[in-house]
Ligand binder design. Structure first.
Ligand code: IMP
Length: 183
C-alpha cells in the first residue's frame, strides 16, 4: 500500500498537532455549552475520533452518511442521504465534522439541510480545504490545512474505498489511479 504513495502532503505528526490545536480552540469557543459533533461518513471518521479526544468539554456525537452522485474524483453536488442523524438537532449547537471541502457543493447541501432543522448554532470543522477548487462560497469555521488542487488519500480519505488507513495525507502515483479504474 505504501508503495502506491507518491508524496506525503501532511505528515502524521502535523495532523496530530493541528487536531490538538483545533480541539483546544473548539473547547474554548464552546465553553459552557455541549455541542453535537456530526461526523460525515466515512471520510471524517479518523478526524472525528481524534478531534473528539482533543476536546475538554462535554460533547455528543452523531453521524450522517451521504453519497454524492459524482464519478471518479469529481463530485456533482447532487447528494443523497444514506444514513440520517439518530437524534433531532433542534436547539442544539451543531458542529459538522467533514474530511475535505473541494467544490463546496457537498458542504453547502449539508448546511442547508441541517439549518432547516433549526439548530441553535451551526458551524463547520473541516480537516482539509482545497480552496482553489471552490465553486460556491462557503464559510468554514475551523480548518485543519489548506491544500493545493491534488487528489489526496489517507487519514480517512479514500480512493475507491482504499487508503483510508494511511496515517498521513498523501498523493497517489498516477499509475495507481489508472490501474484501479481511473475514477
Ligand atoms: P465537494 O462537494 O466537491 O466539496 O467534495 C467533497 C467530497 O468529495 C468530500 O467529502 C470527499 O468525499 C470528496 N473529495 C473531494 N476531494 C477529495 C480528495 O482529494 N480525496 C478524496 N476525496 C475527495
Amino acid at each position: 500500500m505504501l508503495d502506491d504513495v507518491q508524496e506525503v502532503l501532511v505528515s502524521e505528526q502535523h495532523i496530530a498537532r493541528r487536531v490538538q490545536a483545533l480541539g483546544q480552540q473548539i473547547s474554548a469557543d464552546y465553553r459552557g455549552r455541549e455541542p453535537v459533533l456530526i461526523g460525515i461518513l466515512k471520510g471524517a471518521v479518523l478526524f472525528l475520533s481524534d478531534l473528539l479526544r482533543a476536546l475538554t468539554i462535554h460533547a455528543s456525537v452523531d453521524f450522517m452518511a451521504i453519497s454524492s452522485y459524482g464519478t471518479g474524483t469529481q463530485s456533482s453536488g447532487v447528494v443523497r442521504i444514506l444514513k440520517d442523524l439518530d437524534h433531532p438537532i433542534a436547539g442544539r449547537d451543531v458542529l459538522i465534522v467533514e474530511d475535505i471541502v473541494d467544490t463546496g457543493l457537498t458542504i453547502r447541501y449539508l448546511l442547508d439541510n441541517l439549518r432547516s432543522r433549526r439548530p441553535a448554532s451551526l458551524r463547520v470543522c473541516v480537516l482539509l480545504d482545497k480552496r482553489e477548487r471552490r465553486q460556491i462560497p462557503v464559510e468554514l469555521d475551523y480548518v485543519g490545512f489548506e491544500i493545493p488542487d491534488r487528489f489526496v488519500v489517507g487519514y480517512g480519505l479514500d480512493y475507491a474505498e482504499r487508503y483510508r488507513n494511511l496515517p498521513f495525507i498523501g498523493v497517489l502515483r498516477p499509475e495507481v489511479i489508472r490501474d484501479q479504474g481511473g475514477r
